[in-house]
Design a protein around this ligand. Structure first.
Ligand code: PXP
Length: 261
């Protein structure tokens, strides 16, 4: 990957791991019962060193349900990041659950997962008052955006204090193992993180991160948080959830001290 080597954190804040527990609920819902319980998973990942819990309450409730959000808020000590579409229904729930943070994402019923970033530029006038309402409830607001300067500038002007950079295209490039494509997607993320930090935003990243592709991302010094879900829940089948979280945190920490890129 191009650019100067990053050998350490350069004075930036340490990198946190937010664990997305949606797919614990996906497995639970496959049988319609109560097992496995996402709150129990959250407690376990907290004890394994996670720094936050993320849960996406989708409009169709395909994994996380309303009662999970209330229980997560009540039963875990870690900050809760409520991932959501910008709808009146979700806003009302946020006023009741009172999470530490909200991450606004685009939602499409036909998608398997959040396939792209939010079009903050196109929806700017709608998002400004929505972000204001979330801030007034006391939430730290993050907007999930593609690594695109136009979207980042728009995000800044909504009043949100955080962006989360969508790393899905980088994940796809890593799957295809085409070095030029990986480098191109990586450079977009790195440049986006630098730009967002420069304009005063806190910068997070997530989507499709795994043991194999996380380290170059974790080495980007402006990043303060990674949100990771599907891979950790999948890997839990083989090594256990707590061990998967510990290994991810070790890889992240190592990339900040080991001079990976
Ligand atoms: N961050 C956001 C905003 C997301 O929508 C998702 C996926 O739900 C993630 C992070 C985690 O992605 P993954 O499950 O691929 O690790």
């Amino acid at each position: 990957m191009s650019g100067s080597p990053i050998s350490k954190n350069d004075g930036h804040a340490p990198l946190r791991l937010g664990v997305n527990i949606d797919h614990i609920a996906t497995i639970r819902n496959a049988r319609g019962g109560v097992h496995p319980d996402p709150v129990r998973a959250a407690l376990l990942v907290a004890s394994a060193g996670a720094d936050g819990i993320t849960a996406h309450l989708r409009e169709d409730r395909r994994h996380i349900r309303d009662d999970d959000m209330y229980r997560l808020k009540q039963e875990i000590d870690l900050p809760l990041n409520f991932e959501m579409a910008a709808t009146a229904e979700m806003l009302k729930l946020v006023t009741q659950v009172k999470p530490k943070a909200c991450c606004l994402v685009p939602e499409n019923r036909n998608e398997r997962t959040t396939e792209g970033g939010l079009d903050v530029h196109g929806q700017h006038n709608f998002l400004v008052p929505f972000v204001r309402e979330l801030i007034d409830v006391g939430a730290r607001v993050s907007l999930f955006v593609d690594p695109d300067k136009k979207q980042i500038e728009a995000a800044k002007s909504t009043g949100a204090s955080v962006i989360e950079i969508h790393t899905g295209a980088y994940y796809e490039a890593c799957l295809a193992t085409t070095p030029a494509r990986i480098e191109k997607e990586y450079d977009l993320i790195r440049e986006a993180a630098r730009f967002a930090h420069e304009v005063g935003l806190e910068v997070h990243a997530g989507h499709g991160l795994t043991f194999h592709n996380v380290q170059p991302i974790a080495a980007i010094p402006q990043l303060q948080e990674l949100n990771i879900g599907h891979f950790l829940v999948g890997e839990a089948v083989f090594m256990g959830l707590a061990e998967a979280v510990r290994e991810m945190k070790n890889l992240m920490a190592d990339s900040r001290t080991g001079g990976h890129y």
